[in-house]
Design a protein around this ligand. Sequence first.
Ligand SMILES: [Zn+2]
Length: 392
Amino acid sequence: MTPEAAPAPDSRPNPFRLERGGPVAPRSGLLATAHGVVRTPAFMPVGTQATVKGLSPDEIRAAGTQILLANTYHLMLRPGADLVRERGGLHAFMGWDGAILTDSGGYQVVSLRERVAIREEGVAFHSHLDGHPEFLSPERAMEIQADLGPDIAVTLDHAVSLPASPEDVRDAAERTLRWTERSLARAAALSTPTGLPQLRFAIVQGGGDPALRAEMAERTSRLPCDGFALGGLSLGEAKEETWSAARAANGSLPADRPRYLMGMGTPEDLLEGIAAGVDLFDCVLPTRNARNGMAFTSDGPLNIRNAEHARSGAPLDPRCSCEACARFTRAYLRHLHQAGEILAHRMLTLHNVTFYQTLMREAREAIDRGAFDAFGGEFRRRYRDTRAADSP
Ligand SMILES: [Zn+2]
């Protein structure tokens, strides 16, 4: 690996250009990565195993995707970061030439719960594949991500499930800050398989406490990173808590740097997040729910398994132009789903990712013409929430 000089906080060029909006307001911007400029706000489909399940790279692109997320935890266990490095990094390995962000693996490790021991040095855990003991330190998380070679790497954090005591939340937030410093120090000496530069996002923790979130955001923003990730939200707290914590963090982060809200949410969450000043999102909902027969539409979510669709000649969403909506009826997609056909999973996934990306593009356009509030209001009115009946 090629060593390079550790940069000072103010010497890293800003990859982000804020075009419109402020620290805690709907914003649009341009995030420059080694694989193209990402227009924000942007949504990253989740490619856990270096694939967005069921979709080819051309389909991921056709859905409107600029950047996707891959999981450090899963890829370090299988096929292994050294193998991906040998194959030229994630972009070459998976045939995707758009931008990629990898998470640090911290969240997946901690979500294993009882198989995990968190120490100051790092996290000891057992592989969910074969029980093999593994260890993830802040340094190791960055080494793995350098080998994987995404455009954006994320520092290791310590997330806690809520409710938790204020002491535990503070302890995890402080440890996250120490781990961030160690992650960034190690990353400065690493290189990607292609030699292309890698941006580094630092995770801000702090539970549902706005004051602690603001403090951690302010202290994290003094570190030499390119952008910020809000971690540990939507882990058991009430929705109002999520948004007040996110707003508090964003209010204390530099306005001209990108912010990424990790691992949430619904279409309505995306609109709330955008209003709170978030630039980047990821969530498994559009892809995971597709495989359970759930489609997001502009009239709210629907479940293709429901009998009401059995003879329907309508597309999933008349406002959508994806291949699933342009070519197939609900009746046919329901038949495929009931028969366990792969095409049902593929088409619902393609549709859901297209739906999310269309929502983000339209939100971006609304921000640029100063009409985000009206856009959000119109979307919510149309999006009758039938989630209770249609949850998979
Ligand atoms: Zn569609």
